[in-house]
Design a protein around this ligand. Structure first.
Ligand code: MG
Length: 369
């Protein structure tokens, strides 16, 4: 399919600190393993995806969401003849920089940072984690990942232009990420749209009629499921339809990407980087389905009173704890309190809070208020 666009692992720009090759794992396989063994990766288990743990024990958290993205991404890379190891490493790392309390946490940290003329952006934070905060090796800080994995972590969901951010300067600003990295963003979108629909259904926020009314592709799938299994209960009909919906979106993503790559005339990974637009994309039909799903989820799930109250509360607590540590940097533990003497205080406070799990944040908030 797109083997000509697959990034050739032996041509990696390599690691910041050179290392000897491993006898039976290539660089991208080692990067994947390093990500799985990172502390920030394990913390994903206790970070909210959409529903806080109070709702149910079997809703997604950020770790199970990450596993779902990794699974979809491996399939995409396999079908399209791309590098599965690079794709998997990027999928496993894609949310590693997410703060506690999902998008509410991200939005509030960004708001707090703007007071100091700075920003919080989770992809940049992910890069800081794998470059600096993970301390597991005697010879170097961070995980010493390959250039392509670091570039993909930074750019999978947004492009950078030269001068946008000093941290992005070494990662080819102005150029698109590799096709393996581009796919992560849409695998992520497919994973969360369908998973949030699943959890929203389980929580009673959407039902078969409301989904079919808002998403014509789902209505057509549901009709075929009802013909095939007329006696099935709602929940099973929903799950049968959801499975086919994931298939439809994934097929749309494979076909859309293959078509865009064909039409663009790109012939190698460098062409992908130099192309003015991203080439990973849905077909127009599946793109419309993805947008319809998103709209439905915004109205019925994300902005439901059930989730809204928790979000307002989380944002207030983050704002309070942020201000508390700005006023009392000595109340942060080492090494944060020492770092606060060397770096801008707001950045140190932001990094400390961004690294917290939901549970640690709540305990920390209780101790400090
Ligand atoms: Mg994600």
């Amino acid at each position: 399919m797109l083997a000509r666009l697959r990034f050739p692992e032996p041509e990696s720009r390599g690691r910041r600190y050179p290392e000897l090759p491993h006898p039976y794992r290539n660089s991208f396989q080692r990067d994947r393993d390093r990500i799985v063994h990172a502390r920030a990766f394990r913390r994903l288990e206790n970070k909210t995806q959409v529903f806080t743990p109070g709702f149910s024990d079997h809703f997604r958290n950020r770790l199970t969401h990450t596993i779902e993205v990794a699974q979809l991404s491996r399939t995409l890379a396999g079908v399209l003849d791309l590098d599965q190891d690079l794709t998997e490493a990027l999928a496993l790392a894609h949310d590693i920089g997410h703060p506690p309390f999902a998008h509410a946490g991200e939005a509030e940290l960004d708001l707090q940072m703007r007071r100091f003329g700075a920003r919080f952006e989770h992809n940049l934070h992910s890069l800081r984690i794998v470059e600096t905060f993970e301390q597991r090796y005697a010879r170097f800080p961070g995980l010493n990942l390959t250039f392509e994995v670091r570039e993909g972590i930074l750019k999978h969901s947004r492009d950078f232009e030269p001068g946008d951010n000093p941290a992005a300067e070494e990662y080819l600003p102005g150029l698109r990420p590799l096709i393996e990295a581009q796919l992560i963003d849409l695998a992520d979108e497919t994973a969360y749209n369908t998973a949030d629909l699943d959890d929203g259904f389980e929580a009673g926020l959407v039902d078969l009629d409301s989904i079919a009314g808002a998403v014509p592709a789902f209505a057509a799938i549901l009709e075929s499921v009802e013909m095939q299994y007329p006696g099935a209960v709602d929940r099973v009909r929903f799950l049968e339809a959801l499975r086919l919906l994931i298939d439809t979106l994934m097929t749309g993503l494979i076909q859309g990407t293959a078509a865009a790559a064909g039409e663009s005339g790109v012939r190698c990974p460098d062409d992908v980087r130099a192309h003015p637009t991203r080439l990973a994309r849905f077909t127009p039909e599946s793109a419309a389905t993805s947008v319809e799903l998103k709209k439905l989820l915004h109205t019925r799930v994300y902005n439901s009173p059930a989730l809204d109250a928790g979000r307002t509360r989380s944002r207030r607590m983050i704002a309070e704890l942020f201000q508390h540590f700005v006023d009392h940097p000595d109340r942060m533990p080492e090494p944060h309190s020492t770092m606060a003497q060397e770096q801008p205080l707001h950045r140190v406070v932001c990094d400390y809070i961004a690294g917290m799990t939901d549970g640690f944040f709540l305990r920390c908030y209780d101790r400090n208020s």
